[in-house]
Write a protein that binds this ligand. Structure first.
Ligand code: 9D3
Length: 250
């Protein structure tokens, strides 16, 4: 996978991604990260990349020319026109399904906006998809691009250790993970749940599965719609509902 990030803050993206697991994957040649400075493609003598909005209003708009020129120069160099993902709060909200789709691409371009956005004509000309990372306001698209790159990269074979790779499937279940414990057996008077010390694999597996279902019901009930529960587990889920009603004395 080759990532190309079009941004006015190339250092932010390069520094952020060249450390940690993603940096190591880049060293191993499993992926490459290139931050392209949009400012390098301005044709103005003072290096301006933005101007006041037509029609008036606050702030500055990033001009079409340097954005388009940066992309066209990249396309020329690659000999193809890779997908451009525009980071914008107006986009579809990024999720694991979108990450899986994008992981299949050979090259991806992330376009990061700042100021009051980018001239609409540049967007019409080069953007394939608009993506957001959720309903809260940031100062630019760099962090969203880094979030998505982190998420997509761990799906690329070899990026994670074999051990953690097995976990990739676990989100499929649409259940949250069960709680984990390690030594000591008693910490500040708090014991590790007895069943985990029993060595009784069948009972441990059942307890963990119930904890997952309970947690999902408590914290992310929206996920339960897509969960694959057995008949027995459905009964357990319903018992959680009655348990809560008893607590509330309904
Ligand atoms: C309040 C009107 N806007 C400012 C002109 C909207 C606005 C546009 C761009 C607010 C913030 C930003 C900067 N954010 C992003 O570029 C961004 C973002 C985000 O803020 N939240 C979640 N996902 C994303 S993806 C890109």
């Amino acid at each position: 996978m080759n990532y190309h990030i079009l941004t006015l803050f190339p250092d932010m993206v390069a520094d952020g991604l060249n450390t940690s697991i993603i940096g190591r994957a880049a060293d191993k040649g499993l992926l490459s990260i290139e931050a392209i400075n949009i400012r390098d493609y301005t044709k103005e003598k003072h290096g301006h990349v933005d101007d006041a909005p037509y029609g008036g209003g606050a702030g500055m708009v990033m001009q079409a020319l340097p954005v388009c020129e940066a992309y066209e120069a990249l396309c020329k160099r690659l000999g193809k026109r890779p997908k451009v993902l525009y980071m914008t709060p107006q986009g579809r909200v990024f999720n694991q399904t979108i990450a899986r789709e994008l992981a299949g691409e050979e090259d991806l371009v992330f376009l990061c906006g700042h100021y009051e956005g980018i001239d609409e004509r540049a967007l019409e000309m080069i953007v394939s998809d608009c993506l957001s990372i959720g309903d809260y306001v940031l100062t630019g698209g760099e962090l969203p691009a880094m979030v998505m790159i982190d998420c997509i990269s761990r799906l690329i074979p070899g990026v994670l250790s074999n051990d953690s790779s097995a976990e990739i499937e676990s989100f499929h279940d649409n259940l949250l993970e069960y709680p984990q414990y390690t030594r000591p057996e008693i910490y500040e008077g708090r014991r590790v749940p007895e069943v985990l010390l029993s060595g009784h694999h069948k009972r441990i597996e059942q307890w963990r599965r119930e904890q997952s279902i309970r947690r999902t019901w408590e914290r992310r009930p929206d996920l339960l719609d897509g969960a694959n529960l057995t008949e027995k587990e459905m009964i357990f889920l319903k018992s959680l509902g009655s348990e809560a009603k008893k607590d509330l004395q309904i």
